[in-house]
Write a protein that binds this ligand. Sequence first.
Ligand code: SAM
Length: 276
Amino acid sequence: MRFPDSVLTVLADPRTEIKGDLVRIPFEIDRIVYEQVNVVLKEMGGRWDGRKAIRGHVFPHRIEEHFRQCLAAGEYPSRYEQGWFPTPHPLVVQICDLAGICAGMTVLEPSAGSGALTAEVARRGGVVDSVELDARRAGLLREQGDSRHVIAGDFLDLDPLDYAEGFDRIVMNPPFATGLDHIKHAIKFMKDDGILVSVMTAGLMWWSDRASVDFRKAVDEVGGEIEALPDDSFAVSGTNVRTCLVYVPGYAGGPLQTHGWLRRQPLQLGLFGSVA
Ligand SMILES: C[S@@+](CC[C@H](N)C(=O)[O-])C[C@H]1O[C@@H](n2cnc3c(N)ncnc32)[C@H](O)[C@@H]1O
């Protein structure tokens, strides 16, 4: 949800205090603007505490880093709209650690949002390419300058074979409704010895549809893991959606199609053709 301009101006004002679990506005603002700010802070999960020593909106968690992301993006994930959720910073660090991101590695972020993951990858010296469906967020990613390339478009429409080489690492927190499609498509951009780490809705751990069952089996076969994240991992974003972390290590010729596997196909077909 976009911040109304008047609310963004107040929240980004250097006099506004955003510290720990508290947001305080210690200066006079217009009554109508105050009411707009109050609505937004409540939608973000805050609760007004009018006690003299506090007089601010109290959140159930530390919110500084989350607010920094939201103010930079000009939008916030409201409790009533489950779309864009910036990955909370501790989870960003966990994902990049698990992926073993090192200087010089090529990294793909296929649903990059407002750059929570790309910022950390770039900080570690990774060379990151980003894709983002929302044109405004893609513009923001370009302004941030952390990505080598930013593609504004639908990741599922990209052809992995347009890339001469796969990526060393893939880190992602895709839209949950189509998350499995995103993860399987992303593996097609991964080198045979690459690593993919993705956040996903916890349902992937028990869904009984064919695609989910096959995927879990394939991840197991290549030595990967799907592990539950703590229930409050996204609480800072005002949601208690249950999530898991998907880890897919490198392999060649396994049940999941990597970039290398795809590139080998024409050769195999050619060979087969010459025999026939
Ligand atoms: C849950 S947010 C995560 C953002 C970012 N990865 C992060 O970790 O903070 C998912 C993002 O995926 C984007 N998105 C949704 N569908 C997409 C698609 N088909 N291709 C690329 N990006 C998409 C949304 O616009 C949103 O910014």
